[in-house]
Design a protein. Structure first.
Lengths: 450, 396
């Protein structure tokens, strides 16, 4: 067994609303939407018209910046509406399903080499699932990555159990690994948390290097794995995928069909029934949670509470997410809330007196109130406890704010992405939107260096 | 508290853009958020946020200061009656017996309260005005600074001097750099430094206590001044200094309360333990060197006495740890603390002109903190570059 990397810095937020390992539904005939904003650095060109019929695997949008990269329909049906936002940017392409699903058959070549694998992945639209570090954007097909990273566990709040998500998909996952192995000059690092990956699913997978990680969130983040296994230097490119994305690739190469059905977790304190449900990406959220809501004043998040997007009850599941979280909105005034001792509210800090009465394993309902107003950076070492990298977070953020490209590079912007700043953002007493700053920094880097 | 909420909601439109009281909007907001944490919800990034904000952080510092303030008031009264009655410094029990506890406290209360009020009124006036000019929200930074200013001045300070110094320090120490979080000098210490250099007669630190007794003027030198004048034999006992029944600035005397406050602040995570420990180590090391050297009487005073003299402990706990003006990096903090301890002892023992070294040591290190951080950050950068170079050579 390889060395276990123990991550000490971090925090598992004891938020209420975990999903039990139980399937509560299988949806097929729901309308779905493709949301171009889900894809980083993707300027969409529409390849379909309203009222046009599409089948599974048919191209829907194409990236104007790299025309090889397309997104295909996960469902066969009719394009019902195309919704645009500011400057006529495409926000949603809504597809109404047919009764009978028709699949586009993809030719899987008998001998798989790097070039024809990439062709299949591009044509099928699965390429968008392969992403790269630095920056956390869709990978460039012409790069040869030094290694591919797959995190077999998710430590974010209320995260789904990855073993359960992939249960019964052993063959597809192994096939996906075998295909991906041909794309890299180095190894595939499959990173496992022995206390989270309870089944032997990932242990049995061959053609990978297993690594073991323990510790609180963000121990499951790809940046953490890269920093421990093979730190990213300027010029290095790594690719990474979520385990379910590997499974889609395996399915395609096993059957010749695009099948994006995946389990997702319905989580959060404001749901009456929680559990797992099998759906397609982009499914209308309303159909999933409408009759499972405890109350109306809720925040419906596609993803987890730290990094997810505010989808709204009428929104759609994001392309990459395997979780929906519903928590109460926090739009209330809190009388002397900044000085009240708050025995019954959770905080990782001892500045509220919850630590006096907290029981082990007690869970808390957390809402979306800011609990304060934005202020300048004041505390200097506050983020360090939640940031397990050899990087000075405040200095990196300040370099981004002053748009100093060289300094950003020197301070390690290649090694982290937005999600790594999610926990520091949660604890920040100055209530600064760190992930937004980081995203701006990455956008600036891409703009200036390419 | 619904009546207050509905009252605020009713008058709020007057202060919004286009309202007739718009020019007071920062002031209104400051009072509104004093009563209520706003109903603002997360829009970007993490959907949940911790309950702790900057106000709560500052509140904890104030909580830690409450016992120190109350004791400071009592001690001001005590020293007054002690000198008036002509009682030995170590016999504070006798003073309490003769003058009465409440009479002593009441006297000190009347002396200290105006100082606190002047410090807050002057500082907050500048804060509100500059927030209004910049269309910013009023920051809570001064809540702590205002109290700290009152605690590090002698109780005999003329109020007008205090007002001038506070206004100077807040404008030139903080607002010109952009307000809370942007300043590089601790504003409370800057106030004291201003007084120290502008009005040395009131601040020298050797005779801070003057009581008129009939026609005679009696002064009570601080232990630190006695030590500096090689009259250490007359200094009060260690117990008296630990408890704090000695002349000195209002908040600095009771070492035991300062240590308790330090434990509270470290436990709640408000101040940085690393700075406090390294400052104490720095001072101990320098003190031991002086003890071994022993060139003069002052150097021979056992090093631990210095922790009980003057404002060293108070400065270490409340000033050196200021998160904005201290070093920002973990390793930088250790260096910063060590140097404060060493410099404080150097200024005290070697420099005959200034009996108190803590203020100048911390201010000086405030100035050097960015330099220390620069060195630490540069090492991180070099480490990263070296790693990249190494992987390049392995590849080729």
């Amino acid at each position: 067994m390889n060395e276990i990397y123990k991550i000490k810095k971090g925090l598992d937020i004891p938020i209420d609303g975990e999903a039990p390992r139980m399937e509560i539904g299988f949806m097929l005939k729901e309308k779905i939407a493709i949301l171009p904003p889900d894809f980083r650095l993707f300027t969409p060109r529409l390849l379909v018209k309203e009222q046009e019929n599409v089948i599974v695997g048919q191209p829907i949008i194409q990236n104007k910046l790299d025309e090889n990269i397309i997104v295909t329909s996960p469902i066969s049906g009719t394009i019902k509406e195309i919704n645009r936002g500011e400057k006529r940017a495409i926000k949603q392409i809504v597809i109404e399903p047919d009764l009978n699903q028709k699949y586009k058959e993809f030719d899987i070549p008998n001998s798989l080499d790097r070039d024809n694998i990439i062709d299949v992945l591009l044509v099928s639209g699965l390429w968008v699932y392969i992403r790269q570090r630095p920056y956390g954007i869709i990978a460039n097909p012409i790069d040869i990555p030094k290694a591919i990273f797959i995190s077999a566990f998710d430590t974010s709040p209320l995260a789904p159990d990855v073993d359960f998500l992939l249960w019964g998909e052993d063959e597809n996952f192994q096939k996906g690994i075998d295909v991906l192995k041909k794309l890299t000059s180095g190894p595939i690092h499959l990173n496992i948390n022995p206390s989270k990956n309870r089944s032997d699913f990932f242990f049995k997978i061959k053609n990978v290097e297993h690594h073991f990680f323990e510790g609180p969130h963000p121990a499951g983040n790809v940046s953490v794995h890269i920093s421990r296994i093979s730190p990213l230097n300027k010029g290095d490119i790594y690719w990474y995928l979520y385990p379910q994305d590997v499974m889609f690739i395996g399915r395609l190469f096993n059957t010749g069909r695009l099948d994006l059905h995946r389990k997702i977790a319905l989580t959060g304190s404001e749901l009456t029934e929680r559990g797992y449900i099998t759906i397609l990406p982009g499914t209308a959220i309303n159909s999933l949670i409408a009759d499972r809501l405890k109350q109306d004043n809720v925040r419906v998040i596609s993803g987890n509470v730290l990094t997810g997007t505010n989808a709204g009850i009428d929104g759609y599941l994001s392309y990459y997410d395997n979780q929906i979280t519903v928590i109460p909105e926090g739009d209330y005034y809190d009388f002397f809330g900044w000085v009240a001792p708050k025995f019954n509210k959770y905080s990782p800090s001892r500045m509220i007196f919850n630590w006096l009465v907290r029981k082990k394993d007690q869970k808390y309902v957390l809402d979306t109130n800011m609990h304060g107003e934005e202020r300048p950076f004041v505390l200097s070492e506050q983020y360090d406890k939640y940031f397990p990298f050899d990087i000075y977070p405040v200095y990196l953020l300040k370099a981004i704010l002053s748009q100093n490209i060289e300094l950003m590079e020197d301070l390690g912007i290649y090694e982290v992405v937005e999600e790594d700043f999610a926990l520091p953002e949660y604890v920040c007493v100055s209530k600064i939107n760190l992930q937004e700053i980081m995203r701006k920094g990455i956008d600036l880097m891409i703009k200036e260096t390419t | 508290m619904n009546w207050l909420r509905s009252f605020l909601d009713k008058i709020k439109p007057n202060f919004e853009k286009g309202g007739k009281l718009y020019f007071l909007h920062s002031t209104f907001e400051a009072f509104e958020v004093f009563f209520f944490v706003p109903n603002k919800v997360t829009e970007k990034g993490s959907h949940i946020r911790d309950y702790v904000d900057l106000k709560r952080l500052m509140t904890h510092v104030l909580i830690a200061l409450v016992p120190i303030v109350l004791f400071g008031m009592f001690n001001v009264g005590l020293q007054h009656y002690r000198l008036q009655l002509g009682i030995e410094i170590d016999a504070w029990g006798q003073v309490v017996k003769e003058a009465g506890f409440w009479r002593i406290f009441w006297y000190g209360f009347l002396r200290v309260l105006p100082i606190i009020i002047v410090s807050y009124v002057c500082g907050l006036a500048v804060e509100f005005a500059s927030a209004q000019i910049r269309h910013h929200q009023v920051n809570e930074g001064f809540l702590v600074t205002g109290m700290l200013i009152a605690l590090i001045v002698p109780p005999t300070i003329p109020l007008w001097m205090l007002a001038v110094a506070t206004i100077f320090a807040v404008i030139f120490g903080k607002e010109v750099f952009g307000g809370t979080g942007m300043n590089f000098l601790n504003p409370a210490l800057l106030t004291r430094a201003f007084l120290f250099f502008a009005y040395p007669a009131s601040m020298t630190g050797d005779a801070v206590w003057i009581v008129n007794k009939g026609l005679d003027v009696i002064s009570g030198p601080t232990p630190l001044a006695l030590a500096a004048q090689n009259q250490f034999a007359q200094a009060p006992s260690l117990l008296t200094m630990t408890l704090g029944f000695i002349p000195g600035s209002i908040g600095e005397t009771s070492k035991i309360l300062i240590v308790l406050a330090a434990f509270y602040l470290i436990f709640t995570g408000v101040v940085n333990l690393r700075i406090i420990i390294s400052t104490l180590i720095g001072a101990t090391a320098m003190g031991l060197i002086f003890n071994l050297w022993g060139a003069n009487e002052y150097m021979q005073i056992p090093f631990y006495y210095h922790f009980f003299f003057g404002g060293f402990l108070f400065g270490t706990v409340f000033m050196a740890t200021d998160p904005v003006t201290s070093a920002q990096t973990p390793i930088g903090k250790i260096l910063y603390g060590l140097l404060i301890g060493i410099l404080c002892m150097l200024i005290r023992v070697v420099n005959p002109a200034y009996p108190e070294g803590a203020m100048l040591a911390i201010l000086l290190m405030n100035v050097f903190a960015p330099l220390i951080d620069h060195v630490v950050i540069q090492q991180n950068i070099n480490r990263r570059k070296k790693r990249a170079l190494l992987s390049q050579t392995i590849k080729s």
